[in-house]
Design a binder for this molecule. Structure first.
Ligand code: ATP
Ligand code: MG
Length: 287
């Protein structure tokens, strides 16, 4: 076992503490970094929910929208096991009938079809790939998806849904070129449940010689979404107090009345403050 995360709510870590005084019983899975991620040095981003309704899909659309605003080819990819509402919520320009699976199997010769022709579209400039509930066939995984997206010259922002331990996410989690964002709503119970996800990450991908702020947990950015107006919830403050130095960053997305409708998201209709928050998040995560 690595660090005992069960202490984090009660005790702020002390500077200089080592997280690795105990030795793991199993060798951890190393996160591998490729030589070239093929998209101009830009890392892909995986957003996963610490619980259901965490703001995962909204965060994917927000980050991707800001990224596309820089003129970069960006695709929001549904990486849930059974298909999420990513494209239904994000494709405010055109919902394409081609799914991720049909794109990936292409014309039956295991070569993906041209990505550009298979994407749903948002007015923010992003492309979207929705998936259906059928498992990926012919030994394809999200590693296959990631390679094909990269080869097509796009940077991916993945909607990993919930939970983080879902099997289809493993190839993305194992890739050190994929930046990690953990989303939670601004609720105390969600902040407490975050611990399970961080513990799991540390167990699966942690490094026994990494110290505080190192290893996979040190690469995680936490996003706290305020989904209700006029709520004085200090979840992010609490997390900053207890997790600063352990995780990479903690960002907040303010309450936005456009997002609160739960309907089609039009990036241009977001409040300037919301867009600034997504931009800050993107800058911190992608660097
Ligand atoms: N900043 C915000 N302001 C107002 N409402 C928000 C905000 N962020 C998210 N919401 C709302 O909270 C709800 C949950 O958000 P979202 O669908 O992004 O979460 P999710 O983690 O993808 O959920 P699911 O588990 O269904 O996949 C949605 O109805 C969304 O519109
Ligand atoms: Mg979702």
């Amino acid at each position: 076992m690595g660090e005992d995360w069960s202490r984090w709510l009660d005790e702020a870590p002390v500077a200089g503490d080592s997280v690795s005084q105990s030795v793991r019983s199993e060798a951890p899975v190393a996160r591998l970094r490729g030589d070239d991620n093929g998209s101009g040095g830009q890392r892909s981003i995986l957003v996963v929910g610490g619980c259901g309704g965490a703001g995962t899909t909204t965060t994917v659309l927000g980050i991707a929208g800001e990224f596309a605003g820089e003129g970069r080819p960006t695709v929001a990819v549904d990486a849930t096991s059974a298909g999420s509402d990513l494209a239904l919520r994000g494709a405010d320009e055109h919902l394409h009938p081609v799914s991720l699976q049909s794109w990936l199997y292409g014309r039956g010769d295991d070569e993906p079809a041209p990505l550009r022709e298979c994407l749903s579209r948002a007015t923010s400039g992003i492309g979207l790939l929705w998936r259906d509930a059928e498992p990926l066939r012919r030994r394809a995984t999200y590693l296959t998806v990631a390679r094909a997206v990269r080869d097509a010259g796009y940077t991916a922002v993945y909607d990993g849904g919930h939970p983080i331990a879902a099997r289809q996410l493993l190839p993305l989690l194992a890739d050190a070129d994929v930046a990690l964002v953990l989303a939670i709503p601004a609720r105390n119970d969600a902040a407490n449940r975050l611990r399970v996800a961080l513990e799991w990450l540390d167990d699966q991908f942690g490094d026994p010689v990494d110290r505080r702020g190192g290893g996979i947990v040190g690469e995680v950015t936490i996003v706290v979404s305020h989904q209700y107006p006029d709520q004085d919830i200090r979840v992010a403050e609490h997390l900053r107090e207890h997790l600063s130095g352990w995780v990479r960053d903690i960002e907040e997305i303010p309450y936005d009345s456009h997002l609160a409708r739960g309907e089609l998201v039009r990036h241009a209709s977001l409040a300037p403050e919301t867009r600034r928050a997504y931009r800050r998040l993107l800058t911190g995560v992608a660097s």
